[in-house]
Every structure is written in structure tokens, then in C-alpha cells.
Design a protein around this ligand. Structure first.
Ligand SMILES: C[C@@](O)(CCO)CC(=O)[O-]
Length: 306
């Protein structure tokens, strides 16, 4: 089969604004790409066995869950190419793993696209997303497809599992402060934790439904650039997510600092149990101030105009 000598693909990260967890059960969510954080996937020939995980190097692969989805991608793509070639697949970049930045979707999509190019498979967009989403299912036990859709989008994404991603181009006219708690989140564990409560409690189901409503309210407020209303939705979403046991002491401390320093809204972003938090700020100065006051509790921060 005709193929390239080497293929690379650059994929960016994502930050969920609102609707994590409820999106898994069909409700709406809003998620933005983070264009400043990337992972580059490179596929090239190799003498070693592709199943040898030592082959994957870089800071990314401390996260065992992510291997299984990736192994599925590599195996599936080799089958599609009708090849048993041994490959070296390398990941480099600055997206921290297991923080809520969509690292698992990023590497799954990057590997699918880089192998599609390497073997000149000409797969359609839907076929590429099907492989990536299945890898996410393997990684997280249950996956909505939101992360994969957003790491593949240059625009803010309004999403539900039935209709897929819709692009939103309106700017809110605010600043988003993203802070890394430095604590590893575990999406699989968090998704399982929510599901077990939904199986047992009517009230838990009502709270998940409310999260979906909050995503719709956020979108409506976003479209008319009502940042105070967006912030209020973030705050209520944080309370609901915390009621499922997904917040941590550090997240609660960061929430207090953000509110004391004028944040319009605060919540964690992604699966929870650690990972990243977001504070909606009126302007960059407020974001810098909150980051400065939080510096002993965080490992890194990013400021995005939204
Ligand atoms: C927790 C979750 O809603 C987001 C994880 O980034 C899971 C999913 O949507 O697949």
C-alpha cells in the first residue's frame, strides 16, 4: 500500500464551560477550544512492537486509562490499512494530562488523523470521529462525544448527543481564568460516581436535568452578552456538581478566593475530582488578581478572552 514516510497532526485542547456530566445523559453543553494548548502526534516506521507502551514517550503517558483507548485506535487504523507495520507514535505538547483539557480525546483524534494521513486512507470526517469517540468510550466507560467534537473545532461548541456540535461565533466580552489545581482528575471515576447516584435517586436525576437547563440558560445569556447571567449559571452548576461529590477541598478554596475577588462565576471544568477550574472575570486585571491570590494552590493558569 502507498503510504507516507512520516505523518504529524496537531490537535488542541478544550475547556467545558457548562454541562459536563449532564451531557453524557443527552442534555446540552457548551465547550470551548483552547487554541494555545496542543499535542502533536507523529507516526513513523519503527522496529519495535507497537504494543510496547514504552514506545509512547513524552510527559503524557503517566495515565494508564488513556492507553486502552489509544491501543484501540492504533489497532483499528492498522486493520483499516490492512497493515501489520510496526510504528513509532510520539506525542509532544503542553496539554497537561487528566486535568479536564480533553487530553484523551486530543491524543485519540491526533492518532486517528495522523494514521489516516500516514496510510492515505481518506477516511470521512464521520469515520474519523467514530474511531475517536469509541476510544473515548473505552477511556471513560461512557462518553458523550463533547470532548472529541471540541478538540476538533476552532469555535465554541454548543453540543448534545442527539444533534452533535453546533458552532457559536458570538463573543461574550469577558475574560476566562483557567487554573490548574495540580490534582489529577479521573474522568472514568467521576462518570461512574455520577451514574451510580442516578441509578438510585430521583433527586439526582432532577439535578442532572437542571445542569442541562443551566447550559441552555448560559447559551441564551451568552448570545446577548449578559456575562453576569452566565456567571450565575456557572455558580449554580458548581453547586450541583459538588452535590455529586465531584468537588475537592482545593476547588472549594479556589472558589472562595475567586468570589472574594469579584469573579462573576466559578466552577470546575471537566470530570472533576481535581483538574482545572474556571473563573469568569469582567476583565484581564481581575483574572490576574485572582490568579495571583490563588498562586499557592495552583500549578498553572491561563487567561483567555472570550
Ligand atoms: C464528564 C464528561 O461530561 C466530560 C469530560 O471532559 C464526560 C463526557 O462528556 O464524555
Amino acid at each position: 500500500m502507498e503510504k507516507l514516510m512520516k505523518s504529524s497532526y496537531l490537535t488542541h485542547g478544550k475547556v467545558i464551560l457548562i454541562g459536563e456530566h449532564s451531557v453524557v445523559y443527552g442534555y446540552d453543553a457548551l465547550c470551548m477550544p483552547i487554541k494555545s494548548l496542543h499535542i502533536k502526534t507523529t507516526v513513523e516506521p519503527n522496529d519495535e512492537d507497537w504494543m510496547d507502551t514504552e514506545r509512547y514517550h513524552g510527559p503524557l503517558f503517566d495515565a494508564p486509562n488513556e492507553y486502552d483507548g489509544l491501543k484501540y485506535v492504533v489497532k483499528t487504523m492498522l486493520e483499516k490499512a490492512n497493515s501489520n507495520e510496526k510504528l513509532k507514535i510520539t506525542y509532544t505538547g503542553e496539554i497537561p494530562m487528566e486535568r479536564g483539557f480533553g487530553s484523551s480525546a486530543t491524543v485519540a483524534l491526533g492518532t486517528t488523523k495522523a494514521m489516516n494521513d500516514y496510510f492515505k486512507l481518506n477516511m470521512s470526517h464521520d469515520e474519523i470521529m467514530a474511531v475517536t469517540n469509541h476510544a473515548e468510550m473505552i477511556n471513560h466507560g461512557k462518553a458523550s462525544g463533547l470532548d472529541a467534537a471540541t478538540v476538533n473545532s476552532d469555535y465554541l461548541v454548543f453540543f448534545n448527543t442527539q444533534d452533535g456540535p453546533k458552532r457559536l461565533e458570538t463573543k461574550l466580552g469577558a475574560t476566562l481564568l483557567i487554573m490548574d489545581t495540580g490534582q489529577l482528575g479521573n474522568t472514568r471515576e467521576a462518570v461512574t460516581k455520577v451514574r451510580s447516584q442516578l441509578d438510585k435517586s430521583v433527586d439526582a436525576n432532577k439535578r442532572i436535568e437542571r445542569l442541562g437547563e443551566l447550559a441552555d440558560k448560559t447559551k441564551a445569556a451568552w448570545m446577548i452578552q449578559d456575562k453576569e447571567a452566565v456567571g450565575t449559571c456557572f455558580n449554580e452548576a458548581q453547586e450541583i456538581l459538588a452535590s455529586f461529590g465531584l468537588s475537592t477541598h482545593k476547588i472549594d478554596q479556589l472558589k472562595q478566593i475567586a468570589h472574594e475577588n469579584g469573579a462573576l462565576g466559578f466552577k470546575f471544568s471537566g470530570g472533576g475530582l481535581g483538574g482545572i477550574v474556571i473563573a469568569l472575570c469582567d476583565n484581564d486585571e481581575m483574572a490576574k488578581e485572582i490568579a495571583e491570590k490563588s498562586k499557592d494552590l495552583i500549578s498553572d493558569f491561563w487567561i483567555e478572552k472570550i
